[in-house]
Design a protein around this ligand. Structure first.
Ligand SMILES: [Zn+2]
Length: 348
C-alpha cells in the first residue's frame, strides 16, 4: 500500500465484500474484527482453518490471504498481544501491549538536547498505551514496570517517572473532564535553543492568555539542524513540479522581470503565462490575462520559456506566499508587475 490513499481504498473494498464473504463462510467465527487489512478470528475448537483459508482465497482474484494461528496461546494483532487461556473448557482472552522480538529498550535519552515536555510526553504516551491496551491490572502492572525499567535505562530520573505513572493511572481511573466551550487552537513554531526558548514560550503563553482568551495557544519547537540535513537521500523535486513558490520571470532580451506566486505546480503557472495547455502544450482558446505574455508580444524575440523562470522563495501557506511575494516585489521592483494593491494582514 505505497499510496497514501491505499489504506482508504483497501478499507472501502473490504467493507464492501466482507459481510457477504462472512455470511457464506464454511466456518463461522465466534468473534471477528478487522483493521484495514488485518483480521482477527476466534473460531470454534476443531475448525478447519485450511478450508477457511482456501475459501477466503477463492473470493477475489486480487485477494491473497495468509493465516497465522496462535503460538504458545498468544497471537499479535495490530500492536496488541492477544492471549488465550482455557480452564475447565472455558475460554478467556486477555490483551496486552505487543513488543516485537527485535525491539530494544532504546528511546530518547533524558539528557538529549530537547524540550522537556517532549521527553515527558514519550513516557505519557507509552503509559497511555499500557493502560488502554492491557485488559487487567496485573498486565498493566507488568507493562508499566517494564516501561519504568526502559526509561531508567535511558537516564530518566525515577522520581519523575513515578510522578508520571501516578498521574497517568489516577487520570485513567478518574478522568479529568473538561467543561466549557472548546477553544480554537493557535500554533506558533519556534526553533529550540534550550532554556531561553522555554522562557520565550512562557511569555508568549502569558500574552496569549491576556490578549486572546478564546484561543488555546500552542507553542511548538522545531529543530533547525538535524543529522538528516547533512545527508540528502531524497531526489530533489523537478523544477516544474515544485509548488508553493514565489517565482521570477526575466526577459532575456530586455531584462524586464515579473514576480508572482503559485501554490500549484510551477509548470502549470508557466503554461498559463505562455497561454498554452500544461497537458497538451497547445495554445489555449480561453487564455487568462498575463503580464508576461503581453510583454512577449511587444518585446521582439522574447519568449515565455521555463528557462526564464527561477524560484525566489517558498511558503507553507497562501498567506506566507503572499507576504513573501509582496516583500520580494518591494525589494526587486520588477517592471512587469505594474501597480500592486496592498493586502490587509490579519492576525487571527
Ligand atoms: Zn523583453
Amino acid at each position: 500500500m505505497g499510496s497514501p490513499l491505499g489504506p482508504l481504498f483497501a478499507n472501502i473494498f473490504l467493507t464492501h465484500y466482507e459481510s457477504q464473504w462472512l455470511r457464506d463462510s464454511p466456518v463461522q467465527p465466534v468473534f471477528y474484527r478487522r483493521y484495514v487489512d488485518d483480521t482477527l478470528w476466534f473460531l470454534p475448537q476443531g475448525s478447519d482453518v485450511a478450508a477457511l483459508l482456501t475459501y477466503m482465497n477463492s473470493r477475489h482474484p486480487n485477494m491473497h490471504f495468509t493465516v497465522e494461528t496462535e503460538s504458545n496461546n498468544c497471537i499479535p494483532f495490530i500492536g496488541l498481544n492477544v492471549m488465550h487461556n482455557t480452564c475447565n473448557n472455558v475460554h478467556t482472552y486477555f490483551t496486552s501491549v505487543y513488543h516485537k522480538p527485535s525491539s530494544t529498550a532504546l528511546c530518547t535519552n533524558f539528557n538529549s538536547f530537547m524540550y522537556i515536555s517532549y521527553k515527558l510526553s514519550a513516557v505519557k504516551c507509552l503509559l497511555w498505551r499500557a493502560l488502554h491496551l492491557c485488559s487487567n491490572w496485573s498486565l498493566i502492572h507488568s507493562e508499566i514496570s517494564s516501561l519504568r525499567n526502559m526509561f531508567l535505562l535511558n537516564a530518566y530520573p525515577s522520581d519523575i517517572l513515578d510522578r508520571l505513572i501516578r498521574s497517568s493511572v489516577s487520570n485513567f481511573i478518574q478522568p479529568n473532564l473538561q467543561f466549557g466551550p472548546k477553544k480554537d487552537r493557535m500554533y506558533i513554531g519556534l526553533p529550540f535553543l534550550g532554556k531561553p526558548t522555554d522562557a520565550l514560550r512562557r511569555t508568549i503563553k502569558t500574552i496569549g492568555k491576556k490578549f486572546f482568551p478564546s484561543k488555546d495557544l500552542i507553542v511548538y519547537f522545531t529543530s533547525g539542524r538535524r543529522v538528516s540535513n547533512f545527508f540528502q537521500i531524497k531526489d530533489s523535486t523537478p523544477f516544474g513540479l515544485r509548488s508553493h513558490v514565489v517565482y521570477q520571470y526575466t526577459c532575456t532580451r530586455c531584462q524586464s522581470s515579473y514576480i508572482g506566486k503559485t501554490s500549484r505546480h510551477l509548470r502549470h503557472r508557466i503554461s498559463e503565462h505562455a497561454g498554452v495547455s500544461h497537458i497538451t502544450g497547445r495554445i489555449m482558446k480561453c487564455q487568462s490575462h498575463s503580464n508576461i505574455r503581453d510583454h512577449c508580444l511587444t518585446c521582439a524575440g522574447s519568449q515565455c520559456l521555463t528557462e526564464n523562470f527561477k524560484i525566489l522563495a517558498r511558503g507553507r501557506s497562501d498567506t506566507e506566499l503572499l507576504i513573501k511575494e509582496h516583500l520580494l516585489i518591494e525589494r526587486h521592483n520588477p517592471s512587469l508587475n505594474g501597480n500592486q494593491g496592498s493586502v490587509e494582514l490579519l492576525l487571527r
